[in-house]
Ligand binder design. Structure first.
Ligand code: PLP
Length: 421
């Protein structure tokens, strides 16, 4: 089936007399008539729900939908995008391992990697998103276990050369993990370009209405964990009577371990209520993404010609450095987020934002309503000046998340606010 159909229908197939809509299974636990069946579920010998931390029918339907949208073998919902990124790395890395990550990633992901995971003994090297293949190859060490990038970086909107990163990673028998939050599978399916694992903050376009935090890890099933150095997947797990994930679960080894090991231990599961809301968002994801992209294109073109604007960064503009890569990887559009440098430095940026009426100042992006944010003083305020430059955040940068209202109204609001700068 085509992607638009998968958005609406995938993941849930009601049987005779079942509810038409994915029901909310608001239950922590599930009933079985024998202790033996329960034991088999615990030992991963049988498939079934027994405790919502490890699986739940509502979550399961949404996980199947996202796996279908990305073209993966399995997916796991998490309580937030942060939890998805945490699990994507710790599922295959431990103390003493090394990860190569793009420097231009979401501020929260950067802190998770550069502080918390570093303190736990995982080393990170951050590279520019437009690094050359040769320089990238020189960053691999004998203990490198993963490469992590964002398709479209938040907030600098760099487009990463996915094939180049995947190729370099695979040459070193490492998986490429891609945060596909901004592009969504409607605009880019990283597995088609060689990525092995995808993570999402579903709190953004997937939910799309700013109602539920959430995340997701998706497994392509295409990485051969027995070829690289991944003992966590290819040697016995004593906490499950010595099962070997790659032997027992084959192509789904990574995503099964993420659930049975890390979700069991970390407990960062999504709630059934939030999964239900996420599913409502997914049902219109294809429609909304198109509208976000159409509106953002119009707004970006308007801003580019405006005298109060220093620069506009939107990969849909032919003048953009990343336009060729965006055409290759996201030919139907990128996302609704634009970053813009307003004249007058930080003060100009703040005056512009505070003069907007329809667009509200919020710590969020990628929902139906147009909103703005000043990264240097909010989401990225914990970064040093040098780190801000690395993350592509200028002091006068305003991140504009273009919603799905009428483009004329959005542009009129921006025009009147720019007059006040
Ligand atoms: C928001 C975001 C995250 C973190 O997600 P939460 O759901 O807020 O935890 C991760 N990656 C990207 C690209 C994001 O935009």
């Amino acid at each position: 089936m085509k992607l638009d159909t998968l958005c609406v229908q995938a993941g849930y197939e009601p049987k005779n007399g079942d509810p038409r809509v994915v029901p909310i299974a608001q239950s922590t636990t599930f009933v079985y008539d024998s202790a033996d069946t329960m034991g088999k579920l615990f030992d991963l010998e049988e498939d079934g729900f027994f405790y919502t931390r490890l699986g739940n029918p509502t979550l399961d339907a949404v996980e199947k939908k996202i796996a279908a949208l990305e073209g993966g073998v399995g997916a796991m919902l998490t309580s937030s995008g942060q939890a998805a990124s945490l699990i994507s790395i710790t599922n295959i890395c431990k103390t003493g391992d090394h990860v190569i990550a793009s420097a231009a990633i979401y501020g929260g992901t950067f802190n998770l990697f550069n502080k918390t995971l570093r303190e736990l003994g995982i080393a990170f090297d951050f590279v520019e998103p437009d690094i050359s293949a040769e320089d990238l190859k020189s960053k691999f060490l004998s203990n490198t276990k993963a490469v992590f990038v964002e398709t479209l970086t938040n907030p600098s909107l760099d487009v990463v050369d996915l094939e180049m990163f995947a190729h370099a990673a695979h040459e070193h028998r490492c998986p490429l993990i891609v945060d596909n939050t901004f592009a969504t599978p409607v605009n880019c399916r990283p597995f088609e370009w060689g990525a092995d694992i995808v993570v999402h903050s579903t709190s953004k376009y997937m939910d799309g209405h700013a109602v539920a935090l959430g995340g997701c890890v998706v497994d392509s099933g295409s990485f051969d964990w027995t070829q690289g150095d991944y003992p966590m997947l290819s040697t016995p797990d004593e906490t499950y009577h010595g099962i070997v994930y790659t032997e027992q679960f084959g192509k789904a080894a990574y995503i099964v371990k993420a659930r049975t090991h890390l979700m069991r231990d970390f407990g960062t599961q999504a709630s059934p209520q939030n999964a239900f809301l996420l599913n409502l968002g997914l049902e219109t994801l294809h429609l909304r993404m198109r509208r976000h992209c159409d509106n953002a294109q119009k707004v970006a073109e308007f801003l580019e010609k405006h005298e109060k604007v220093d620069w506009v960064n939107y990969p849909g503009l032919p003048s953009n450095k990343y336009y060729p890569l965006a055409q290759k990887y996201m030919k139907n559009g990128t996302c609704g987020v634009i970053s813009v440098g307003v004249k007058g430095g930080k003060d100009g940026a703040v005056r512009f934002m505070e003069s907007l009426k329809l667009a509200k100042i919020v710590i969020h992006v990628a929902d139906a309503r147009t909103c703005v944010l000043h990264p240097a003083s909010t989401t990225h305020r914990q970064l040093s000046d040098a780190q801000l430059v690395d993350a592509g955040v200028a002091p006068n940068m305003v991140r504009l998340s273009v919603g799905i209202e009428d483009a004329d109204d959005i542009i009129a609001d921006i025009a009147q606010a720019l007059e006040k700068v």
